[in-house]
Design a protein. Structure first.
Length: 136
C-alpha cells in the first residue's frame, strides 16, 4: 500500500516541479539589493515612483505595487509619503523616520513581511535614483 502511494506521489511531485520551473523560465530576476541614494544629484522637489514586486515563483505577496512620494530639500530626504497601498501604512510608519534620520534605504531589521518592506524601501530608492538618472 505504501509503495503504491509513493508511485503516485513521486511522479506528481516531479511534474509539478517541472511545470514550476517552466513558468519561471525566462523571467528576469528582480534586483532586490538596496543601493546608495543619489541625493546630491537632485534639486529640491517631490519625486514619485511605483515599484512592482516580482517575488520568486510560489511566493505570495499581497501588495505587488508600492507607490511613494519622496520630498528632497537641500540634498536630504525630508519626507516620505506612502501613496498606495494603504495596507502598508504600518511599514511606512516604521521605516520613514529611519530613512529620514539615516538618509538611506539600506536599513537593517527585517522580520516578517520582508517582501513588502523591501518593496517600500525599493520604491523610495527608485524615486530618488530614477529622478537623478533622468535629470542627466
Amino acid at each position: 500500500m505504501h509503495k503504491k502511494k509513493l508511485f503516485i506521489i513521486l511522479p506528481v511531485a516531479l511534474v509539478l516541479s517541472f511545470f514550476g520551473s517552466l513558468m519561471s523560465w525566462g523571467i528576469p530576476k528582480q534586483d532586490n539589493q538596496l543601493y546608495e541614494l543619489r541625493l546630491n544629484e537632485l534639486p529640491d522637489g517631490t519625486y514619485r515612483y511605483t515599484y512592482k514586486i516580482t517575488p520568486p515563483f510560489g511566493t505570495f505577496v499581497a501588495n505587488k505595487h508600492v507607490s511613494v512620494e519622496v520630498k528632497v530639500k537641500t540634498g536630504k530626504i525630508v519626507n516620505v509619503h506612502l501613496v498606495k497601498p494603504p495596507a502598508l501604512k504600518g511599514i511606512a510608519e516604521e521605516f520613514t523616520p529611519r530613512i529620514i534620520k539615516e538618509q538611506t534605504t539600506q536599513l537593517d531589521g527585517f522580520s516578517g513581511a520582508t517582501w513588502s518592506k523591501r518593496a517600500f524601501l525599493k520604491s523610495v530608492e527608485y524615486a530618488i535614483n530614477t529622478a537623478a538618472r533622468d535629470l542627466k
